[in-house]
Design a protein around this ligand. Structure first.
Ligand code: SF4
Length: 337
């Protein structure tokens, strides 16, 4: 079989992923951005590589260097700013003794299923995470199952990353079969930004597999701006909901992206039209290189108040902060006492 034939049998989402843009110059040319501006910022990709899918670029406004979607992926000189409290491991995850597995919460265990993503978000709290030390292979899968069986408090497995939807449908189905065999488990949760940047990843086959599972299946999407909910994504999400997958969204509050109640209200409306409930609005985790995205707590609380005035309660995401070592997310107001 020729290489071209091998490529042609890959699912559409993998083919699209293989064409992701990694060069600031190419990104700038596609969007008609000033060359001098692109050159001034592109060096920061040495801190964290640029990667973005063509689909996501297609949602950006041409010629706009302040576009909120572009800001999430374009390297910036501001990433060199040193701030004492912005560190490489803000949630203190990297000393974990069981590679690929984080047991932060009482009844839930989090698995780093895949180290990569389909987009590199500049504000990512795991931008310095040593994924190469957290490979999740056959051995880690057996260890995970043994770990869960040894702790009967665990009733939910969260697949995280990187992005767990980089695993193929077959790989996910195999893991699901193993998890289904553990009677203590009730739920499987997938945290993913991948559908936002590659809507084709929401395959009907995976929706059916998850919807038919004895475990309740939950997809927690990560979308930050209403323009990220493209028509293709909305259709795919509705199909996943109809297959029986419960859908939530979490966003990160980001300066210059969504630090505005009107924008967040529009995002909640778009999500709900796609059968997704807005769940969390996170204060930024203080990761080194992302301080220019920070919104002050006072501003965040004001935005939260404005959102409550604009939306019915069920469309208002909970404003939270992840505090290292805490057994759950903490409502922002409680972190200020
Ligand atoms: S998709 Fe999620 S894990 Fe990946 S870079 Fe973006 S925020 Fe980080």
């Amino acid at each position: 079989m020729s290489k071209a034939e091998v490529i042609s049998v890959r699912p559409a989402w993998q083919q699209e992923l293989a064409q992701a843009i990694r060069s600031p110059i190419e990104l700038g040319e596609r969007l008609g951005l000033p060359e001098s501006w692109v050159n001034a910022h592109s060096r920061a990709r040495e801190l964290f590589p640029l990667m973005v899918t063509r689909h996501f670029v297609g949602l950006m406004e041409k010629g706009n260097i302040a576009d909120p979607l572009l800001r999430q992926v374009m390297p910036s000189n501001e990433e060199y700013l040193e701030q004492e409290d912005f560190v490489t491991d803000p949630l203190v995850e990297q000393d974990n003794t069981t590679p690929g597995l984080l047991h932060k919460y009482h009844s839930r265990v989090l698995v780093i299923l895949r180290g990569g993503c389909a987009i590199n978000c500049r504000y990512c709290f795991r931008r310095h995470f040593p994924y190469s030390e957290h490979h999740f292979g056959r051995q880690q899968r057996s260890e995970l199952l043994a770990y869960i069986q040894a702790d009967t408090n665990i009733n939910e497995v969260i697949l995280s990353g990187g992005d767990p939807l980089l695993a193929t449908d077959t790989q996910l189905s195999q893991l699901l079969t193993e998890l289904e065999s553990l009677p203590q488990l009730k739920r499987i949760r997938i945290h993913s930004r991948l559908p936002v940047v590659l809507p084709e990843r929401l395959t009907p086959a995976l929706a059916k597999r998850l919807g038919d599972s004895r475990l309740q299946a939950i997809l927690v999407l990560h979308a930050n701006h209403p323009r990220e909910i493209a028509a293709e994504l909305q259709q795919a999400l509705v199909a996943w909901a109809q297959a029986g997958v419960t859908l939530f969204n979490q966003s990160v509050l980001l300066r210059g992206v969504n630090d505005n109640a009107q924008v967040l209200a529009a995002l909640s409306e778009e999500l709900f039209a796609a059968k997704v409930l807005p769940y969390y609005l996170h204060q930024l985790d203080k990761v080194k290189g992302a301080s220019h995205f920070a919104v002050t707590d006072a501003e965040a609380l004001t935005i939260g108040e404005q959102l409550r005035a604009l939306l019915p309660g069920f469309l208002v995401p909970r404003l939270v902060r992840e505090v290292a070592g805490e057994p759950s997310k903490t409502p922002l107001e409680l972190t200020l006492k």
